[in-house]
Design a protein around this ligand. Structure first.
Ligand code: SF4
Ligand code: SF4
Length: 447
C-alpha cells in the first residue's frame, strides 16, 4: 500500500467507524429514520472506498489524497473555528417574581372567589385570556381522564402523593450542630443527593432575586410575603425518561413528569430533614406545590446548565430533559460557579423547539428584557392553553431539542464538541434535522 492510499484509508477508517457507531446507537435508541440514513451513508462510504481501490494507479492516488485533505480540512475548520460565547445578561434592575403571577397560581384561583377578584383587580391585563383558558377542561378533569383512564389515574395518584408530603418540607432544628468545614458539608450533601437518586447536583448562594415575593400556591396563606433568609440553595436535576417524553403530547409525558416530581420530593424532604438533624435550618421546595424560589435561575447559578430559548434550564448531560429539585439551607456550603457551554449561541441558531411547538409559544426572535434579565420569553398562556387542550403537559420542546439526546458516550462527545466550536454547532444543527427530522414524529409509548 503506498503512502497516499494509507492516508486516504485513515480518513475512510474514521468516517466509516463514526457512522458504524452512530448506526448502532440509532438501532439501540430506536431512531428509525436516523438508523436508515446512517446505514445508507455507511454503505455509501464502504462502496466509495472499494471503488477508489479498484481505480487505476494515478487516479486512485489522487482520489485517496483528496479524501484525506477533505477530512483533514473539515477537522481543522471544526477545531479552529471560534468558540461559542454568550451568557445570561442582566440589563436592568433585577426584580423578584410574585408567585401569584405564575400560570399555575393563576389557574388555582377559584372563579369569582375572594382571591380571584383581588388578583384580577390588581392584574386586569391577564383576566380575559385566563378566563378564556378556564373554559377548557382542566388537566385531570373527567373529559381528559376518559382518554386514558389508567395513565391519567396514575398521574392523579402521583399528584396526591406529592400533596400529602408537603407538610414534611420544613421542621424544627432540635439537635446540636455537627461542625464540618463548608467544603466537607458540600461534598457530603452532594454525594447523598446523588446517592438518593439525583443525576446532577450543584450549590449556590440563595440570590434573593430568585425568591418569590408572595405566596401564590401551597399551604402558606395566599398572598403572604415570603421571607426565605437561608444563605444557600442546593439544586439538583433528575433525568426524564426519553421514551416517555418522545410520546409528546400524550399521557406518558405527564406520568413521567409527576414520577420525577415524586422522586425529587423524596430526595428533597429527606435531605432537608438530614440537614436539620445536623443542626442547621433547611427547607425542601417540592411540586404539589410549595416552591418559595425559582428553580431554573438557581440551577444556572449552581452550575447545572444554561437557560435556553425554551425558557428552562438546559443541562450539559441531558439538555432540558430534566426536572429540578431545590433545598434551601443555612448549612455552610461552598458555592459552585455558573457555567457556559455554548447554549446561548446554539439557541440563537437553532429554533427547533419554536418550529415544533404546537402552541407556537416559543419565540423565534431575539431575547427580550423581563425583570431585568435579557432572555427568550415564552408565551406562557399559549403553552398552558395547549396543555388544557391536550389534557397533559406537552414537552414537545424537550423531546425535539438536540441537547436532549440520550446520555451516553457518543452523544456526550457531540455535546462536548458543540460546546467548543461554532462550526460544529452549525454542522450538528443540519445533521440533527437530516438524521432525526426537522419535525420528529411522536413515538409509541413504551407500555
Ligand atoms: S411544552 Fe409544548 S406547548 Fe409548551 S412551549 Fe413546549 S412545545 Fe410549546
Ligand atoms: S431546540 Fe434548539 S433553540 Fe430550542 S432550546 Fe433546544 S437548542 Fe435551544
Amino acid at each position: 500500500m503506498n503512502f497516499l492510499i494509507f492516508l486516504g484509508e485513515i480518513s475512510f477508517f474514521i468516517l466509516i467507524g463514526f457512522f458504524l457507531v452512530f448506526n448502532l446507537y440509532n438501532h439501540k435508541e430506536k431512531e428509525e429514520k436516523a438508523f436508515r440514513s446512517s446505514l445508507l451513508i455507511l454503505l455509501g462510504l464502504i462502496s466509495v472506498n472499494v471503488f477508489f481501490l479498484i481505480m487505476p494507479g494515478l487516479l486512485r492516488n489522487l482520489l485517496f489524497l483528496t479524501v484525506f485533505l477533505a477530512t483533514f480540512a473539515a477537522f481543522f475548520i471544526m477545531y479552529f473555528s471560534s468558540k461559542p460565547s454568550g451568557n445570561i445578561e442582566f440589563i436592568g434592575e433585577k426584580k423578584k417574581v410574585d408567585e401569584r403571577d405564575t400560570i399555575f397560581a393563576r389557574f388555582e384561583l377559584k372563579e369569582k372567589g375572594k382571591n380571584y377578584n383581588d388578583y384580577y383587580n390588581r392584574r386586569p391585563e391577564y383576566k380575559a385570556t385566563d378566563d378564556e383558558i378556564r373554559k377548557l377542561p382542566d388537566i385531570l378533569e373527567p373529559e381528559h381522564m376518559k382518554k386514558d383512564p389508567v395513565l391519567f389515574s396514575l398521574t392523579a395518584a402521583e399528584d396526591d402523593y406529592l400533596k400529602h408530603h408537603i407538610k414534611l418540607v420544613s421542621g424544627d432544628v432540635t439537635l446540636d450542630k455537627i461542625e464540618l468545614s463548608p467544603f466537607d458539608n458540600t461534598r457530603t450533601v452532594k454525594n447523598i443527593v446523588k446517592y438518593l437518586g439525583s443525576d446532577i447536583c450543584g450549590v449556590c448562594e440563595l440570590d434573593q432575586t430568585y425568591v418569590y415575593s408572595h405566596v401564590g400556591r401551597g399551604p402558606e396563606p395566599y398572598g403572604m410575603e415570603i421571607e426565605l433568609k437561608h444563605k444557600y440553595a442546593i439544586v439538583f436535576a433528575m433525568e426524564m425518561d426519553i421514551e416517555m417524553i418522545a410520546t409528546s403530547p400524550k399521557p406518558p409525558v405527564i406520568v413521567e413528569t409527576e414520577k420525577k416530581y415524586v422522586e425529587i420530593a423524596k430526595i428533597s424532604v429527606i435531605v432537608a430533614d438530614l440537614i436539620r438533624r445536623m443542626g442547621y435550618d433547611a427547607r425542601a421546595h417540592i411540586a404539589g406545590s410549595n416552591y418559595q424560589a425559582m428553580l431554573a435561575p438557581l440551577g444556572w447559578r449552581a452550575g447545572l446548565g444554561e437557560i435556553g430559548r425554551i425558557g428552562i434550564l438546559i443541562t450539559e448531560k441531558y439538555g432540558p430533559r430534566v426536572r429540578l429539585g431545590l433545598i434551601t439551607t443555612n448549612l455552610p456550603l461552598t458555592p459552585d460557579s455558573s457555567k457556559t457551554f455554548g447554549v446561548q449561541d446554539f439557541c440563537q441558531k437553532c429554533k427547533k423547539c419554536a418550529n415544533n411547538c404546537p402552541a407556537q409559544a416559543i419565540p423565534y426572535g431575539d431575547k427580550t428584557e423581563e425583570k431585568g434579565v435579557l432572555k427568550w420569553v415564552l408565551n406562557r398562556e399559549g403553552c398552558y392553553r395547549f396543555w388544557r387542550k391536550a389534557g397533559t403537559d406537552c414537552a414537545m420542546c424537550l423531546y425535539v431539542c438536540p441537547y436532549s439526546k440520550p446520555q451516553n458516550w457518543f452523544h456526550d462527545s457531540l455535546r462536548k464538541l458543540i460546546s467548543q466550536s461554532s462550526t460544529a454547532q452549525r454542522v450538528s444543527l443540519w445533521a440533527d434535522d437530516y438524521f432525526y427530522g426537522a419535525n420528529p414524529l411522536p413515538k409509541e409509548p413504551p407500555f
